[in-house]
Design a protein around this ligand. Sequence first.
Ligand SMILES: Cc1cc2nc3c(=O)[nH]c(=O)nc-3n(C[C@H](O)[C@H](O)[C@H](O)COP(=O)(O)OP(=O)(O)OC[C@H]3O[C@@H](n4cnc5c(N)ncnc54)[C@H](O)[C@@H]3O)c2cc1C
Length: 618
Amino acid sequence: MDKSFAEVAMELSGKSAEESQSIGKVDTADDQVEDMFQEKYQTKNSPVYRAVWDHTFPSSEFFSFDFARPNWPHLENNINIINKYKDIEALHGPNKKLNEELLADLAEAGYFGLLVPLAEKPPIKFSEFSAFLTEVARIEASIAGLASVHGCIGAVDPIKTFGNQDQRDRYLPKLADGQFLSGFALTEPGAGSDMTSLKTTAVLDGDHYVVNGEKLFITNAVCGRLISLVCMIDNKPQVLLAELPPTETDEFQLVKYDLHALKRLHNNGLVFKNFRVPKENLIQLDRGDGLTIAYHGLNLGRISLCANASGCMKMMLDSMIPWAHYRNTYGQPIKNRELVQNRIGKLAGYILASDALVAWCSSLIDSGYRGELECIIAKTFGSECQKEAAIDLCMKTHGGRSFLGGHIIGDNIHEFLAPLIYEGEGDMLNMAFFKALVKEHGVQYFEPIGRVMAQSGKKNMSPLDMAKNYKTFLPYAKWMLKETTYSKGAMRMDGLSHTLRAYVSVAAKELQDTGKELSALMRKYQLKLGDKQCRISMLSRKIQNLVTLIVTCTYASMFDNDVITKTAEVTCDNLCNSISGHNQTDEQIKRSVALGQQITHCAIMNQEANFDDILMKY
Ligand SMILES: Cc1cc2nc3c(=O)[nH]c(=O)nc-3n(C[C@H](O)[C@H](O)[C@H](O)COP(=O)(O)OP(=O)(O)OC[C@H]3O[C@@H](n4cnc5c(N)ncnc54)[C@H](O)[C@@H]3O)c2cc1C
C-alpha cells in the first residue's frame, strides 16, 4: 500500500520508523474514511477547505442550515418525560447515576432509537438530533451525553455504517428500543491520544475470538451493555461487538475508579481475560480497520458535544440572570454592573456561535459531507467556550455560592471541563485540523521537493540547488504566482444582515489568505514542520475562529431578529480579539454590556428567570 503523506514527511524528516509508521496508520485510517464519501463530499471539497484554498469563495455552503424539524412533537414527548422526572427530583437514582426508571420511560418513547435505521422507522435527521440534544442538555446534560455516546460513537454508528446484514438484524432493533445501551471502547491505560499503541488482542479460536487486555475510561460500559471493542486482530485494530455479560465473571471484570466527570453515567475500565466473543461479531471491512470505524463516528460525536455545550451554557445563563437580579452589593443589584453585564453578553455570544456551528455541521452531515474540518471546529469551540463560560463567566458571577453542593458550578465543574479531553483533546485536534488542511497541498507541491532534499541529504535548499532542480520547484512557483497575482472571488454578502457584513467581509478575506499562510509555514519549517506544534495549533485556531465568525453571522442573519444580530456582533468582537490577541475596545465593551443588560431585562420582564434555585437566600 502507498505510504501516506504524513508518513513520508516523517521519514524524510528523519523520524524513527516506529513514529513514522504510527502516524502513517492514523493517516491511512483517515484516508479510508475519506474514500467512503463521494468525492464532492470529501474533505478537499468541504466548505472550509475550499474557502482556504480555492479562488472562489464557496458562499452558499456557508449558508447551509436545515431548520426543518418534522419530528419535533415526538421529540418533545421525550423532553416532557425528562421534565417530569426533574420536577419530582428523580433524575438520579440512589447510586447517583441516571435513574433506571427514567431510562426505561425514555426507551419506550423511542429516545435511544433516534439515529437507528429500522425498516418500520427511519432515523431522524442529524440536524434534528443535534438541536434536540441541546434542549435535553439544558435540562440534564448527562441524558444528552448518553444519547450521543450511544448513537454517535457507541455501537449504533459502527453497526449501521459498517455492519453486515446479520449484525444489523440482530442488534439494531435492540439498540433502538434500549435493550442494549452501547459504548465505544478504544482507550487503554497505555493508549489514549496515541491510538496506534493498542495492546488488547483478540485471537480466533474455533467459533470465537478470545479477547485479552484492558480498556480504560469507557463511558456506558457496565454489565449487560453492548460495546464496540477495538482490539488488535491479526496485527491490526478491528472492532468486535462485545455483549458484556450480566455480571462480572472470571473472564470479564469492571475496574471502578473515582472519576469526577460524567458522574451521572457509568464509566469504567474493562479487563478481559480469555473473554470469548462469537466470530460473527467482528465488523469486517473491505477497506480500513477499527480506526476507520472510530473516526467515522467521532465526527457525529463532536457535533453532539458542541450541542451539549450549548445546552449547558444556556443552563449557566439561566442561573446567572436571576442571581444577578437578586444579589445586591454596595446598594445595587449586580445586574447593573458592567462586569456582570459584559459576562452575560459574552455568554450569549458563545451560545449563539455554538448553536450556529451545530446547525451548520449537522446540515453538512445530512447533505452527505464527511465534515472532518467542520466537526473539529464545533468540538474545540464548544468545549473551550463551555470551559470559559463555567469558570470566567458563571463561577465568577455566582461568587462563593459556586462552591456549594447543589450549585450548577459546584456540582458540574468536572462535567464542564471533561469535553476538552474526550473525543480528542483540543490541541491534538488543532493539529489534526491543520494536517487535514495541508495534506493535498503538501502531497502536490512539497513531497517532491522533500524527496529531492532527502536524496541530496540537505535540510535546506540554496538558490543554486533550486536552479538545478527547477522542474521539481516549478509547480509550486506557479501556484505562488497565481496566489500573489490573481485576486480571489469574494464571499457573497446577499442574505447577510447589513450590520454583520463588515465583519464577514474581513473574515472571509482573511480566511482566503490563510492558504498562503499555511504554505509559508510549510516553506519555512519544511521537514521540521511536524515538530512546530505550537505554531500549527495557533494557525489552526485562527482559521477555526474565522470560520466560526462567518458561520455565526450567516446563521444569525436567518432570524432577522435585532437581539440575535447584536449577539452575533458581540461574538464577532470576541472572535476578532481572540485572533488578534487584543483586549476588548471601549466600543466592544459598550456593545457587550448593552446586550447583557437587554438580555437580563427581557428575561426578568418576561418572567423567564427562575429564582427558586438561588442558594443561601438572605
Ligand atoms: C469523562 C471521559 C469519558 C471518556 N469516554 C471514553 C469512551 O467512551 N471510550 C473511549 O475509548 N475513551 C474514552 N475516554 C478517554 C479519552 O478519549 C482519552 O482520555 C483521550 O483520548 C486522551 O487520552 P489520554 O487520557 O490517554 O491522554 P494522553 O494520551 O495521556 O495524553 C495526555 C495529553 O498529552 C498531550 N499529548 C499526547 N500526545 C501528544 C503528541 N503527540 N503531541 C503533543 N501533545 C501530546 C495532549 O495534550 C494530551 O491531552 C474518556 C475520557 C474521559 C475523561
